[in-house]
Design a binder for this molecule. Sequence first.
Ligand code: APR
Ligand code: ZN
Length: 374
Amino acid sequence: NTSGKAVTCWAAIAWKKNSPLSIEEVQVEPPKAGEVRIKMISSGICGSDDHVLKGTFPVKFPLIPGHEGAGIVESIGDKVSSVKPGDKVLTLIIPQCRECNSCLHRKGNFCEKQDVLPSSGLMLDGTSRFTCKGKSIYHSFRVSTFTEYSVVPEIAVAKIDDAAPMDKVCLISCGVPTGYGAAVQSAKVTPGSTCVIFGLGGVGSAIVMGCKASGASRIIGVDINEKKFSQARALGVTDCLNPRKLKKPVQEVVMEMTGVGVDFAFEAVGLVDTMTAAWESCNKSYGVCLIVGLASPESQLSLEAAKIITGKTLKGVCLGDYKTKDCIPQLVADYLQNKINIDPLVTHQLPFDQLHKALELYHAGEVIRCVLLF
Ligand code: APR
Ligand code: ZN
């Protein structure tokens, strides 16, 4: 029984930005009040982890990266009531505290207890639960998952169905709600509509699934990596565009293809240029542009001001607008009842000790999602 004691286990540490991860022995403290310690079972590798490791998204180093996790509660701190040891849970990069302005608002989901923007790398009490070689290690978004054990706030875990296949459902921690929710919950894509999706990675593919499920009749997929096109077509993309092979800007091509611009444009890359292209692909009167990708906080978006008056909408969306702790278990239930199928998104699975191979496959653009198995 490990409850109440520090656990020694393997974890991946990024000692500084842009350097290879090293798998090290770490000590994971027991959970304090309002916290839970999880034995990780699986973790996805998400585009946001890549932004973190490259340093394009600012965080504190050294840290244990990863945030798209599925695990089993090993022990709980004082005052924890929503989960107990043995429960299957998903980590929540955006928690749901149920007390802040955003949580109490009917529509808000960007809980004020989040640790993404800005990122302290510490638990809610301002301290870390990880040490390596006597040195304190930062958490990633309070939900580090590239580790055999992690401590996370109770508000940042969602209890899920015991029947959930743990080697896949980690995607429902982040990529699936982020993408699928952007289409069905935030944009509310309408039957017969035309959509364009910039970026056909894990998140973009989940957006395609949401557009298809909502009855969109034309779904244009944009990516600079043509290896993503066959999978995108299988999920419902009707037209694929590689901006690097076009003679004019991609938004002009989308305008020509559709005549009037799209009803819904989604950006799932995290770059200013693709955000601008998505905005300019929208119908000027009723088009809606959704920003799903995580941009660097230093970057600025510049839009032609006069063209906003024509009626189009620019909307940001995080975790699909879902109130995470309430809604994410329902997505797992929907998966178990075959209402959504996440299986095509899991193109690769590798044991945690092959993390470097998994990152190589990610960087080579070979995967939609590679799931790490502990
Ligand atoms: N134009 C079009 N597509 C691009 C471009 C570009 N300039 N640059 C990269 N891409 C494509 C990549 O080839 C890849 O297929 O965007 C895709 C990104 O996919 P992933 O790396 O799998 O990332 P994902 O997990 O899908 O996340 C996408 O959403 O919330 C976020 O932070 C996340 O910003 C990230 C975005
Ligand atoms: Zn909150």
